[in-house]
Design a protein around this ligand. Structure first.
Ligand code: AP5
Ligand code: MG
Ligand code: ZN
Length: 209
């Protein structure tokens, strides 16, 4: 299965991808995670993109497309993959069409007020990457990952200014992909509001299970 998770920031793409990859045993390819890893490792790419991510703007298409193309050439993608946060522009979607054929695009629908509440409360494990929410999915012990004991941190783009900019960027650059994939009959809308369990059940129905 080759599937795209499309949707605004904080819609729950990463949270659902985590469940999906376990269920289907296919890799989750999150461009945001790849960029954040490059920043943490202080690579050339990381140095180039840090200020872009912090501001809630998009990394240039050429860089993003090259990164994804390279990642998709790895052997673990042979049974399929989950694209989480890519494509995010029409040129990225056109590039993807040139190097692979997708099965489905899931469009997460969540209202802005809920998005803001989700992003403001998100915490991420600095060691294993597990995602929490201080109210909706709190760790057993404040600031500590249940799974690995790592310290939890707040993403540098989860602040009010960056969140507003990410929503604006989404509307301007990414929302046009809804029409793009709808024309290609690949799009399925997912109501992303409600608990993770409720959204996951809806998601599985869309997949036909
Ligand atoms: P990226 O990392 O993709 O960020 P994003 O799109 O803003 O999405 P998020 O990761 O914030 O949200 P999510 O939908 O994964 O939500 P999550 O599951 O964590 O991209 C970051 C940046 O990288 C971009 O701004 C850009 O600069 C750059 N970039 C990335 N891809 C690019 C591309 N293709 N081109 C150019 N630039 C690119 O959930 C959020 C919170 O809500 C969590 O706390 C979670 O616990 C909670 N939650 C989730 N689901 C539920 C639920 N059902 N009920 C209650 N709480 C929930
Ligand atoms: Mg994410
Ligand atoms: Zn952890």
């Amino acid at each position: 299965m080759k599937i795209i998770l499309l949707g605004p920031p904080g819609a729950g793409k990463g949270t659902i991808a985590e469940k999906l990859k376990q269920e289907y045993n296919i890799p989750q390819i999150s461009t945001g995670d790849l960029f954040r890893a490059a920043i943490a490792n202080q690579t050339e790419l990381g140095k180039k993109v840090k200020s872009i991510l912090d501001a809630g703007e998009l990394v240039p298409d050429e860089l993003t497309i090259a990164l994804v193309q390279e990642r998709l050439s790895a052997p673990d993608t042979s049974n399929g993959y989950i694209l989480d946060g890519f494509p995010r522009t029409i040129p990225q979607a056109e590039a993807l069409e040139r190097f692979d054929t997708l099965d489905m695009v899931i469009d997460f629908r969540v209202r802005d007020g809920i998005i803001i509440e989700r992003l403001a409360g998100r915490r991420v494990c600095s060691s294993c990457g597990k995602v929490y929410h201080i109210k909706n999915m709190p760790p057993q012990k404040d600031g500590v990952c249940d799974t690995c004991g790592g310290a939890l941190y707040t993403r540098t783009d989860d602040n009010p200014d960056s969140i507003q900019q990410r929503l604006k960027t989404y509307r301007e650059k990414t929302e046009p992909l809804i029409a793009f994939y709808s024309e290609r009959k690949l799009l399925k809308a997912l109501d992303g509001e409600g608990s993770v369990e409720v959204v996951w059940e809806r998601f599985k129905k869309l997949l036909g299970n």
